[in-house]
Design a binder for this molecule. Sequence first.
Ligand SMILES: [Zn+2]
Length: 295
Amino acid sequence: MPELPEVETVRKGLQELIIGKKIKSVSSDWPKSFPNDQSQVNLYIINSSIIDVRRRAKLLIIDLSSGYSLVTHLKMTGQLVFRSNKQNFGAGHPSNSLVGKLPDKSTRVIISFSDSSKLFFNDQRKFGWMKLTEKKDILKHFTSIYGPEPLDSSFTTTAFKNRLLTRPRSVIKAVLLDQRVIAGVGNIYSDESLWAARIHPLTPTYQLTDQKIKLLHKSLIDVLQLAIKEGGSSDRNYVNAKGQKGSYIKIAKVFRREGQSCPRCNHEIKKMRVIGRGTHYCPYCQRLKIGKIES
Ligand SMILES: [Zn+2]
């Protein structure tokens, strides 16, 4: 599943390619991938132009000149591939469909533009979707559940602390993964930011001092920004907007590095399960304080 940096990389790639393009036709072979009424498609997609490609949490939002948007979730195996005479860009699940002839058996939606270029939404396992929604309803239907965007300027240390305080008794790793607390952070970047801030993943949130919260806030932003710069991770099923694997995973400090040495203290990196997710940490420089447990 892509995290914030991966979806942001898709967004940046598509933004360069499809803004201003006019949609000539749309076809889809699977109603769950494109659950939109045909009369609405005719009214609000056909002949409209793409005016923006945005991201909120892990959702991609393609805004149309009709006042509607295509809200898209790639889920596990989704990919977006743009093809024209001159360019071939693909992003998402790294299957051969990124470079092969399209449409193929993974193609769920084809958006054809007036200049003959095309955008393909491929999704082998069919968990992803592209939903036509009136722009003013996006908040109500999709995004009101999400916490703040960690890279927005309004996401200050104080804002972060206030979000953490909504789940004081939960362990910090679980809180970072909770999309209602902060949007877009998943397994890779929670492990990496906790390591950077020297916080044990099982630390209950209420035990974090203001100084630790400040450090974690900074680490989280640094880790996400670096990952975007690197084009996202190449975690199993993700490649960046140019169809290349992102390189973040190569520079990850603890993620999938169990058994290797901690780059900071040389002790062995361990892996454990936290709310069912494989969690990587250094037991030496991320120590768990056995504090008084509040009742
Ligand atoms: Zn260490």
